[in-house]
Design a protein around this ligand. Structure first.
Ligand code: ATP
Length: 328
């Protein structure tokens, strides 16, 4: 497997380093390559994403991505959006897991209100919300097949009562869910955000369009104790990119207090993606153990630094693995 590591800016390198250490426990034999991209790279070289880096990313089977600072400069194009487009990473997955709930948010990642079709005139600006049949069908199929492997239930977040583009999306999702044999319910996105926060246990897989998924998953971060805890995956045909939900957090960069759990949980998602489900569970179990022992960074009420949390998680993974191996 070719793994490309892109630590990026701010706390990106601080949290990605321990995540790579975790992955190497399971797969020291994989081919690891590091690339430089992002704002710091732009300041240094004038290019946030060089042609050579693009090629390396395209050749990767798995990409581990840190975070990137996006400056408010109209000349600077978002690296993350460019990569999503170039690799056609159409499904954005965000698991939200707690004591009595286990939700998977599946967000369409390439079109909708983030299609990039927009213009400004003298007295108005327009952003087009493009929803295509092929774009909707592939995400609907993806979400339905996730639901089939889980609790066989799909919730479709939409605003079909107001927008034709959403009525279209909803219809396609209903068709794909029926083909997959999973039960569905449709919910207006505003009511859905509130209900997910109040009754997370009622949900399994939720599928929705780009901007609604963006908002829903950030709101759902509340259920898990904040940004420092949440991993995400961006999946396309033949490519997969894993990144923490949080950004580069320049305010705490270099202070050694960034929470590495979101980045380490990206490894759990990556292991699931390559069908190593038991290993993925082991990473989650080790994290739970360390959190329960109170070894936490300040953002979630602890006193430990990035290194200490990461070291404890790594120790726990190695311990749990050796127990498993003895059991076998
Ligand atoms: P960017 O411009 O890259 O999006 P940002 O600071 O605007 O950066 P985030 O990086 O998502 O946005 O962070 C928002 C706040 O949440 C930060 O100010 C930081 O204090 C906190 N935060 C985010 N990630 C972490 C983390 N891993 N550990 C601790 N605190 C974090």
């Amino acid at each position: 497997m070719k793994v490309v590591v892109a630590p990026g800016d701010g706390i990106g390198p601080e949290v990605i380093a321990p995540a790579v250490d975790v992955l190497k426990i399971f797969h020291p034999e994989w081919d690891y390559k590091q690339v430089h991209l992002g704002y710091e790279c732009w300041k240094r070289t004038g290019d946030p994403l060089s042609p050579a880096t693009r090629t390396t990313l395209k050749e990767a089977d798995l990409i581990l991505f840190g975070a990137i600072t996006t400056p408010p400069d109209p000349e600077y194009h978002s690296v993350v959006l460019t990569i999503r487009k170039e690799l056609d990473l159409y499904a954005n997955l965000r698991p939200v897991v707690g004591k009595n709930f286990d939700i998977l948010i599946v967000r369409e990642n390439t079109e909708g209100l983030y299609s990039g079709i927009e213009w400004q005139e003298k007295d108005r600006a327009c952003t087009l919300r493009l929803v295509t049949e092929s774009g909707s069908r592939r995400i609907a199929r993806f979400a339905s097949s996730c639901a089939r492997r889980r609790r066989r239930h799909l919730t479709i977040g939409n605003k079909a009562n107001i927008m034709k583009s959403d009525a279209f999306f909803l219809q396609i999702c209903l068709e794909e869910a029926e083909k997959a044999g999973v039960s569905v319910d449709k919910k207006y996105i505003d009511a859905l955000v509130l209900d997910v926060l109040q009754h997370p246990d009622r949900y399994d897989v939720i599928v929705t369009t780009n901007i609604f998924g963006d908002i829903l998953s950030d709101a759902a971060a509340f259920l898990e104790g904040g940004l420092g805890m949440l991993p995400s995956a961006n999946i396309g045909k033949g490519h997969a990119l894993f990144e923490p939900v949080h950004g580069s957090a320049p305010d705490i960069a270099g202070k050694g207090v960034a929470n590495p759990i979101a980045a380490i949980r990206c490894i759990s998602l990556l292991l699931k993606y390559v069908q190593e489900r038991d290993q993925a569970k082991l990473v989650e179990a080790a994290i739970q153990k360390v959190m329960a022992a109170g070894v936490k960074t300040p953002d979630i009420g602890g006193k430990a630094g990035t290194k200490e949390v990461a070291e404890e998680v790594i120790k726990e993974i190695i311990r749990m693995r050796s127990v498993l191996q003895v059991d076998l």
